[in-house]
Design a protein around this ligand. Sequence first.
Ligand code: CTP
Length: 216
Amino acid sequence: MAETLKDRHVLVTAGPTREPIDPVRFISNHSSGRQGYAIARACAALGARVTLVAGPTALPDPAGVRTVHVETARDMLAAVEAALPADVFIAVAAVADWRPAQPAGRKLKLDKASLASLPLVENPDILKTVAGRPPGTRPGLVIGFAAETHDVEALAKAKRERKGCDWILANDVSGDVMGGAENAVILVTPANAEHWNRTGKDAVARRLADRIAAAL
Ligand code: CTP
């Protein structure tokens, strides 16, 4: 295989984050991490040096990829910033948008502290933070993911602007995709929106890696 990403550093986030409520409970989501791991593998297969910052998943660390394991969104942001500089940043993680404001140091007892109202605070937006870094420290290509059930292309275009990233890979999740094997995908770039045929996560990852290599 041609080493089209040789000498490039590709930084990928994947999986969910886990935000503690107390020592035994947390807020999270059903992200499997499979798409992000597949992208890390595909970039490594093209010769890139890859750093994968992963929330908790059931997946083995990909061969030839430096994998950094994190739990919370704030840990993920810190690990991403520690791994910079990178030529490409790909935010695939399903970051929990909110975290409990004050995780309890001891297990909450429902007779004493009710979970009926749990104060939350917003987590940092890792994609927006990296995309907004000053020139020279911002990766040359910043790619975000979107999962939408409707108006996929329009919402993805709006998300690209809002996040300040270069590309958005939008998944149509009107079927069942999160945790599933197949993705229907639209790649939104400043120039256009490309509709990719419904295909497996490994094929999406290989196609994205090829597109990245062509763009650099
Ligand atoms: N993202 C991130 N940090 C966050 C939240 C999201 O890096 N705190 C990244 C994800 O990795 C993904 C993109 O931003 O690349 C997804 O954007 P987001 O606004 O979370 O999309 P949705 O969850 O679909 O939210 P919305 O309801 O706003 O569409």
